[in-house]
Design a protein around this ligand. Structure first.
Ligand code: GTP
Ligand code: MG
Length: 433
């Protein structure tokens, strides 16, 4: 592939301006014509959401437009001179955190969008915090913080510094290294200040504008020499042609002609096919490797293979070292936010790469408090916020999860129960269960 691909998720609290910023970026890159922008403005006026024209570029459903919020995570690509971006616009509303997790699981890096006024006056908002916890848990190790809506604080430096302090403080508390190393950029997404060129309203800011910061983000190493692993985000059939599986390749590489397998696959556990072609943003490419978010067209499918049966969260791999499903795994968990504490028998919802399902903490083997002191474990002892523990987790359905030591992004998970209650790292799957 010619230019390096960057999968970039836009995260942060509801209404802080993620979609507006994404729309603005596409506009400034010449991807939205003036005519199209006028059409978006007319649509926004028509539903009484006059300021949402840029947001409507990706918020396209009736529900999203009427409510003025993002519900589904959107993906859209553009290229700069040096990079190809896959922009992932996630929802900030608390009801759609699972869709944000889907988006973050596809990302190499994140732009955390925070509202300058709200954050400088009331501190980091609930989903600003929850998204920071999730980005950390899912292994996003590059972060840019866009302090947005600077126009609403008259481009005031002190407000920007306050926002920076708030976010830095929370990242430090959560031990989010990328958060501590983050670049902070003051912007106005709506008015286009400090996006592709420096803003005259921000003479005190000595850093680069947002797009230049993104172009200079140092990207994580791509583990292309490991066996292929691609968690599947979508699968569908193209009648008469074959089946397509789409997602982000975490490790390894793939090219047309390769034999590949999918697991778990109902019935047989794994199913195989041959790669016919690979597409990025609807364009055929010769090969794809770790970090690429692509669609893979498969042919010569094993008898009985139906794309419809391949669920989101299944994993594509190679026959020589195939992904294997389990129903039980050993893990280390860290409790981040639970009102009463967690004990054996607890049944939260598990999110790992693109898979999501109910699970159960079967037993707690070892527990430590926030200071690293061992905690006594009996039937009644609860793991409280800040405690960590080694546990066995059973899942509702077969699941491909890998030790973090082998494939970090396939082994990092979160547990949710109305909110994100714990983060975790898989130590080892149990294939005998
Ligand atoms: P969700 O996706 O629902 O979480 O929201 P979002 O973060 O995508 O916010 P969205 O882009 O939909 O914008 C929410 C509101 O903030 C809209 O009214 C925008 O016009 C407004 N807004 C976004 N950016 C700016 C900005 O830079 N300045 C001002 N004044 N308003 C902004
Ligand atoms: Mg949005």
């Amino acid at each position: 592939m010619p230019k390096e691909m960057v999968n970039l998720v836009f995260a942060g609290h509801v209404d802080h301006g993620k979609s507006t910023l994404v729309g603005r970026i596409f506009y400034e890159r010449g991807e939205i014509s003036d005519q199209m922008l006028q059409r978006l403005e007319r649509h926004a006026e028509a539903v009484g959401k006059g300021t949402f024209h840029f947001a409507f570029f990706l918020d396209t459903s009736l529900e999203e437009r009427r409510r003025g919020i993002t519900v589904e995570t959107s993906y859209k690509g553009f290229e700069t001179e040096s990079r190809r971006y896959n922009i992932i616009d996630a929802p900030g509303h608390k009801d759609f955190v699972k869709n944000m997790i889907t988006g973050a699981s596809e990302a190499d890096a994140a732009v955390l969008v925070v509202d300058a006024k709200e954050t400088s006056t009331s501190g980091a908002a609930p989903q600003t915090r929850e998204h920071i916890v999730l980005l950390n848990a899912l292994g996003i190790d590059r972060l840019v913080v866009a302090v947005n809506k600077m126009d609403t604080v008259a481009y005031d430096r002190e407000s920007f510094d306050l926002c920076k302090m708030e976010i830095e403080h929370f990242c430090e508390k959560m031990r989010y290294e990328a958060g501590q190393a983050a670049t902070y950029v003051p912007i106005s997404g709506l008015l286009g200040e400090n996006i592709s060129k420096p803003s005259q309203h921000l003479p005190w800011h000595d850093g680069k504008p947002l797009l230049a910061v993104l172009d200079s983000l140092e990207l994580p190493e791509r583990p292309i020499h490991l066996p292929l692993r691609m968690p599947i985000l979508r699968a569908f059939s193209v009648p008469g042609v074959g089946s397509v599986v789409a997602g982000r390749i975490e490790t390894g590489a793939v090219r047309p002609g390769d034999r590949v397998v999918v697991a778990p696959y109902p019935g047989t556990g794994v199913a195989s096919g041959e790669v016919k072609s690979i597409q990025w943003q609807h364009v055929d490419v010769e090969s794809a490797s770790a970090g690429d978010d692509v669609g893979i067209m498969m042919t010569k499918l094993e008898r009985g293979f139906v794309a419809r049966q391949v669920k989101k969260g299944a994993v594509l791999g190679v026959p020589a070292d195939p992904p294997r499903a389990c129903r039980r795994f050993k893990a280390e968990v860290l409790v981040v936010d639970h009102p009463t504490g967690i004990k054996a028998g607890y049944t939260p919802y598990l999110h790992v790469h693109q898979a999501a399902m109910p699970c159960r903490i079967v037993n707690v083997i070892l527990a430590r408090d926030a200071h690293g002191e061992a905690k006594k474990i009996d039937d009644e002892s609860r793991l409280k916020d800040g405690d960590s523990a080694v546990v066995w987790i059973e899942t509702d359905k077969p699941l491909v999860i890998e030790p973090v030591a082998k494939c970090p992004r396939l082994g990092r998970f979160v547990l949710r129960d109305g909110r994100t209650v714990a983060t975790g790292l898989c130590i080892e799957p149990d294939f005998t269960s």
